[in-house]
Design a protein around this ligand. Sequence first.
Ligand code: DAH
Length: 353
Amino acid sequence: MRSELLNAITAVNDSAALEAIRVRALGKSGTITALLKTLGGMSPEERQVKGPEIQELRLAVADAIAARKMALDRAALDARLQSETLDMTLPVGAAATGSVHPVSQVMDELAEIFADLGFAVATGPEIEDDWHNFTALNIPETHPARAMHDTFYFPDAEGREAKMLLRTHTSPVQVRTMLTQKPPIRIIAPGRVYRADSDATHTPMFHQIEGLVIDKGIPLGHLRWTLETFLKAFFERDDIVLRLRPSFFPFTEPSVEVDVGYSIEKGRRVIGGAEGWMEVLGSGMVHPKVIAACGLDPEEYQGFAFGTGVDRLAMLKYGMDDLRAFFDGDLRWLKHYGFRALDVPTLSGGVGA
Ligand code: DAH
C-alpha cells in the first residue's frame, strides 16, 4: 500500500488528481483511515507493534502529498508568470511618445494653483442654451454683446423652446454653479468655448477659464489679491504688477479689465516689472441681477468673477506666438512645446516644472 500510494503521488500531475489520492487514502473512508480504525479491535501487544507502523505510514503519505502539492503549485505559478511577463525595467520615458499639450498643461497648473486657494473645479456643457449663456448673465435678447460674441447657433428644432448654441464663454458655468450650490462658492471653470471668428489671433474653438467667488462680505480687494496671487504663482515671479482699469461687462458691476506689467528682456516681452502693460483678464463684482437670476439674494450675497483665455496664458508663459499652431496637431510642434506626461504640475515643484 505504501509504495503504491507514494508512486501514485509522484506520478500525479495536477492538484485535482492529487486531492483525489488524498481522499482515497486519508479521507473519512480512506484506506489508511480504515487501517487506523482496526487498532481499536487489536490486543494491546498487537497494537503496540501495528500502531506506530500505521501512524508512520499515515505521516509518510501525508508528507508526500504536501510536498507534491507544493511542487505542483510552484509549477503552476511559474507557468503563469511565464505567460504574463511584464518587463518592469522598461523605462516609461522611452516608451511614452506622446506629450501633454500646453493647453492641458496650463489648465492643470491653474487647477493646482486655485486648489491651493480653496477653489474647486466646475464644468458645464459646451452645448448651451441662450438663457445660461446670455440671459442669466444680464445679456438680454437685444443686447449688442450678443452680436459681439459671434455665436454659433444650432438650427431651431421643433418642440424645443430654448435656442441652443455653442457656448461663447465659460461664464455660463457661473450660472450653473450658483443654481446648484449653496454659498460660500469658490470655483474655477476651465473649458472649450466657440466663436465664429478666425484669423492669426482667433480660432473658432479656444479655451477659457472662469473664476467665481460668492459669499457674504466679499469686496473688490479680494478680487485683486486673488488675481495677484494667482498670476505670481502662474508666472512663477514675484515682481508681478497689476493694473485694474474700469471696463464694462454686462454680468459685472463694477467691471475691471486687468493688465499685467511686462518688461523687455533680450528684446522679448516677459511678464513682470512695469515697462508696459498687457491685458490679461476680464473681471468684476458679480452683477446683482446675475445673482438674483440664479435664485440668490443679492442683498445677502455678493462676490467676484473673472475670465481669461487659457491659450493666451499658455502663449505668454511658454513663448509661442501663433495661436493657430495650437490646434494644427503638428507632431513637431507638439514635441517641441509639449510636456512630459509624468511631470505633473505641483506648487512645491514649481507649477511649470
Ligand atoms: N466672459 C467674458 C468673455 O468671454 C470674460 C469675462 C469677463 C468673464 C469678466 C468674467 C468676468 O467672469 O467677470 O469675454
